[in-house]
Design a protein around this ligand. Structure first.
Ligand code: 8GT
Ligand code: MG
Length: 128
């Protein structure tokens, strides 16, 4: 199985994070996620994140910083998540694909069900 590389954005504003719910038919469907998606062959993770956040939430990223890389093996898929915090952006984040989305306090993040690979992200944000 080939490992897929995913650019993931933790969009932060006033100690709140923008999360959205994955469509039911997708891998890990119905769970909450940080917006993002697969890196294309000709992109850096940084570029992939800018493109994905423009497509999925309609913002232009101005400041992003590496948070962590996570390798995780799901029974049906192997992923590497390249996770970056996004602390400055133009536009107002809105889910562009009709999925549910909301701003949640960092301290409440553990109340939402994320894909397993995301546990380390939630822990890191809550320990900052
Ligand atoms: N976007 C995103 N993907 C995640 C997270 N955590 C996690 O395990 N993933 C996994 O990363 C993989 C790729 O994400 P994706 O489905 O958003 O990719 P994409 O936007 O390019 O989708 P597409 O193939 O429908 O165009 C999925 O298998 C997903 O389950 C997360 O927090 N955000
Ligand atoms: Mg996506």
């Amino acid at each position: 199985m080939q490992r897929i590389e995913v650019a993931v954005g933790v969009i932060l504003r006033d100690e709140k994070v923008f999360i959205s719910r994955r469509a039911d038919h997708l891998h890990q469907g119905g769970k909450w996620e940080f917006p993002g998606g697969k890196r294309e062959a000709d992109e850096t993770f940084e570029q992939a994140l800018c493109r994905e956040l423009r497509e999925e939430v309609g913002i232009d990223v101005e400041t992003q910083r590496p948070l962590m890389q996570i390798r995780h093996d799901y029974p049906d898929k192997q992923v590497t998540l390249d996770v970056r915090t996004v602390t400055a952006f133009r536009g107002e984040p809105r889910q562009q694909e009709g999925q549910e989305a909301l701003w949640v306090s960092v301290s409440d993040l553990h109340r939402y069900t994320f894909p397993k690979a995301n546990l380390a992200i939630v822990n890191a944000l809550q320990q900052r």
